[in-house]
Structure formats: C-alpha cells, structure tokens
Design a protein around this ligand. Structure first.
Ligand code: NAP
Ligand code: MG
Length: 482
C-alpha cells in the first residue's frame, strides 16, 4: 500500500523534481474542521516561471514521440492508478466532503479517462483525407505546446484529469494548478502517474489563484489554458491571457433550470433523479439543478413529493457509510449559502430544511447543512438568479410554457437544463428553445460516454462540442496538400 502522506503535503513538481515549500496553507476536513488533512505549498511567481520553463523544454521531445508510445505510457499510468483507488477514496472524502460513493466514482472515472483516452488517441490521430479537391489534401494533427490546467475544488479529480490527460496524450506538456481548498488527492494521484512520462511533461504548481493562477495565465509561452471554475474568474483569465494569442477552453458557472410540465411522470424514480440532480455533492456541482419551474397544476404535488424525498437524506461525514450527503467544502461557500438562505427568508420566502442529521452532537464541527426547499419566491429573487452552489433549491410555479422558457433563459448562464414531460417530441421542441450547452429529458445528469462533452454557452463557457474526449481542444489541425 502506498502511504499518501506526507508524500505530497507541501510539495509541488517542476521538471520531474518534487520540491517542498515552507510557505504553506493547511487543508482541513470540512466534516470536522479541527482535523488536519495535509498542507498545500504556496508557490511563488518564480516557481511558476520555472514550471513553464520545464514544460517548454520537455515539449521539444514529448511532442515528437509517436502516438503509440504516448498511448502505451498512458495505459501503464492508468494501470498504476487503478491499483491505488481504494486508499485515495478516504483521502478525497476527508479533504473534499463528498460521500465515499461519490468520491470513488470520481476516482474511477479518472482511470477511465486515461485508459479510454489512450485508445481514442490511436483512432483519432490518423490523418483525414479530404476527397473531391483539386489537390490531394489531408488534415493532420500536431500538439500546441505548453498547456495550463486550472481546476476548481468541487470535483477536482475529474475536472483536472479530463483536461490534463487529453492534453498530454496529444503531445503537449502541462502545468497544473489545483484548487487550494482541495489539492491533495489530485497531487497524490499525479505523483503516482507522473513517473510514466519524461520529466517536465507534468508539472504542478499550487497556491492561490491570484498569485499562481495569474502568473500562469500571463506567461506568454503558455499556448493553451484549460480552465474550469467560476464565470468571474474565467473573465479575469480571458483578460490576463490576452498578452499573447492563447487558445482558451473555459468551463464556467451554471444556474441550471429544470422545467416540470403538466404531463410529467413524477414517479418515485423520477423524483429520485431530481433529488440527485439537486443534491449530488451537496449541490456543489456546476451542472446541478439550481432552479425548478413547475406547472401550477402539478406544483403542490411536486413540492410534496420532493419534501418526502429530501426527508430520507442523511447528512453527515462522507466517511460514514450511512451518509447520503456530505458537508459543504469550505467556510466561504458555507457562509455564502447560509447567508443567501437568510436573505431569502427576509424577503418572505418559505424555507423548509429537511433531512436527517447523522450525528447531531458533532453537527457544529463541520460545514453541514440540511437540504432546503424554498418556495414563495419570485423568479427575480437573488436565490433564483445566483449560482447558489449548495443544497438549497427554489421551486417556482408557472402558468404557461412560453413563460417558463422565458424564465429559464433569463440568466447569463447557459450550462445545462432539463425538461420533465411524457412527450418526447415536446421535450425536443423545448430543448431547441432553451439556451444551454446540453438539455436532458426526464433526467439531469452527466454524459456517460466520457468522449462526449458539451460545455456551456453564454457565460457558462466557450462552447465547443467534443466527441473525442477533449483531444480536439489540445491539438492544431493543419492541411497538407500535394
Ligand atoms: P474559482 O474561484 O473560479 O476557482 C477555480 C480555480 O481558479 C482555482 O484553482 C482557483 O485558485 C483559480 N483562480 C482563482 N482566481 C484566479 C485568477 N485570478 N487567475 C487564475 N486562476 C484563478 O471557482 P471555484 O470556487 O473553485 O469553483 C466553483 C465554480 O466552478 C462554480 O462557479 C462552478 O459552477 C464552476 N464549475 C464549472 C464546471 C464546468 O464544467 N462548467 C465544473 C465545476 C465547477 P484558488 O481557489 O486556489 O485560489
Ligand atoms: Mg440559483
């Protein structure tokens, strides 16, 4: 068994060398704030420059390796990671707050991204011949160069791997900046796989976004930035990065609507899917349901059924097997959600906090919140318009469909949406009118095939559908004619 700590605590990685910093920040368990989990190094701007130096140097050779070699190394690395999933699950829970089930699922998806990504590379990299041209034309591919991967704290494993892995497979070198609130599992897993690649292919710098993130985005040698996080930070990065022409891939915030139509089949399984769409990872999911619009003819029935479903939620430390919803990840998010709920009450909203406390005695020791259903709130209220990123859900009645679609689209966000109806044709018609990167019918979830991705539109991202696991994002295509 690989011991996780103190192997990555206060460390960072530049050019194959793990370094230790004396400037650190503590990582604590959100289910028990007094519990120390590890330390994260606060790197300097000089560290960032050195990491980019290392990535730039390594790119010369790595970009010229064959796709077979890159795929082989990635498969080897996936194999290594697959043997240490179990020991990482509890670390992940202790620094993030997810339940064991949620954490394990995320970790296993990272292994899948690696092994399936390697297969996809071999299939996808081949030149494409374009017929019917005056010359013989083929479209060929080449990597772009140094790639910055900046990820958030809510699902840091998959959101780092989903970007860094295709970038590496495509022949780029990466400088990864994990989120300060939750960096340890990411670092520890990267430590296990990085030795499968030449030094400098994977570099990691940790520390605050305002120092490390900004230095990385402002480095003119960085050719691509893959950022996942809030819209506000995304905009900052767009402006910071404009000192050179970089390719930006942005996955930003969301405020997903769910539309419940008069003919929706609100059976037990559907209500469970709605609950998961709202409360997975305590609502700290970019594409969680964050607003529910219900036709007035079904409103009372829906609220009643959702309440009964929420009553079964058990809130506690994710380590405990009976827990079905963990704490929020950090104090700032916890306070934001609590205050938002308070402000909603002050303007007359009705708040019902439902569910069970796993352990009332230790409730105050973590960032725990019972899930809340919020009614008697207008579409214009703060809770409806803001991205709450927590287990509190506003439910709003509507009288006609046009009005519901208008409210659903009346937001700067455009990540995901869902339509709940027994009529599939109507669902597709409505989906065509909803402004979202993806629309689900009678579900609100993720695409199971990891090759497929549909980032948000409007201020939820720079939409670019991917069908090849994101390899397209980190590659330049060029034409060759003879
Ligand atoms: P965030 O505050 O935007 O931070 C994301 C990452 O960017 C962190 O690593 C952060 O570093 C770094 N950062 C912060 N300021 C920066 C700057 N000025 N320059 C460069 N980097 C900077 O987001 P978060 O609170 O971690 O995550 C929650 C948000 O992410 C929500 O809005 C959620 O919807 C969104 N999200 C979107 C998706 C998607 O696929 N669309 C997926 C998940 C989450 P530090 O935190 O270490 O300072
Ligand atoms: Mg909202």
């Amino acid at each position: 068994m690989i011991s996780v700590f103190p192997e990555v605590s206060s460390q960072y990685l530049i050019g194959g060398e793990w370094k230790t910093s004396s400037k650190i920040k503590e990582v604590r368990n959100p289910a028990k704030i007094t519990e120390f989990v590890g330390e994260v190094a606060l790197c300097s701007e000089t560290d960032v420059t050195q990491a980019v130096d290392a990535a730039e140097n390594a790119f010369k050779a790595w970009s010229r390796t064959s796709v077979d070699e890159r795929a082989k190394r990635m498969k080897e690395a996936a194999e290594k990671l697959s043997t240490v999933i179990e020991e990482h699950v509890s670390l992940f829970v202790r620094e993030n707050g997810k339940t064991m089930v949620e954490a394990k699922k995320d970790l296993l998806r990272c292994v899948e991204v690696m092994s399936k990504g390697a297969d996809t590379l071999l299939e996808w990299w081949k030149p494409v011949h374009v017929e019917g041209q005056a010359q013989k034309v083929q479209i060929r591919k080449r990597p772009r160069g140094v790639t910055a991967v900046i990820s958030p704290w809510n699902s840091p494993m998959i959101l780092t791997f989903k970007r860094a892995i295709p970038a590496i497979l495509a022949g780029n070198t990466v400088v990864i900046k994990p989120a300060t609130y939750c960096p340890l599992t990411v670092m520890s897993c990267l430590k296990i796989i990085e030795s499968s690649f030449p030094p400098g292919v994977i570099n990691i710098v940790t520390g605050s976004g305002s120092v490390v993130g900004e230095a990385l985005c402002g480095d003119t040698r960085v050719r691509t930035i893959a950022f996942t996080g809030s819209t506000e930070t995304g905009k900052k990065i767009m402006s910071l990065s404009s000192n050179s022409v970089k390719k930006l891939y942005m996955e930003l915030g969301g405020n997903d609507p769910a539309l419940i139509l008069p003919d929706a089949d609100l059976n037990e399984a559907a209500i469970k899917r709605i609950r998961l769409g709202i409360l997975r990872a305590s609502g700290q999911v970019c594409s969680a349901i964050k607003r529910v619009y219900v036709h007035e003819s079904r409103y009372e029935e829906f609220v009643d059924k959702l309440k009964k479903e929420f009553e079964r939620v058990v809130v506690g430390s994710g380590i405990q097997p009976d827990t079905t919803m963990g704490p929020l990840n950090n104090r700032s998010q916890f306070n934001f959600v609590k205050e938002l709920l308070e402000r909603s009450k002050q303007i007359g909203a009705q708040v019902e906090s439902i569910g069970q406390k796993l352990d009332s005695a230790s409730w105050e020791e973590g960032y725990f919140m019972l899930p809340s259903i919020v009614t008697n709130l207008s579409h214009d209220s703060e809770l409806v318009r803001a991205e709450q990123f927590g287990p509190i859900i506003p439910v709003i009645p509507f009288a006609d469909l046009d009005e519901a679609i208008e409210m659903a689209n009346d937001t700067e966000f455009g990540l995901r949406a869902s339509v709940w109806t027994s009529n599939e044709t109507a669902a597709i018609d409505i989906a065509d009118r909803l402004e979202a990167g993806a629309v689900f019918h009678n579900n609100h979830t993720v695409f199971q095939n990891l090759r497929l991705d549909f980032p948000g539109i409007k201020e939820s991202g720079l939409s670019q559908e991917t069908r090849w696991g994101g390899l397209e994002l980190f590659t330049d295509c060029y034409g060759f004619a003879d």
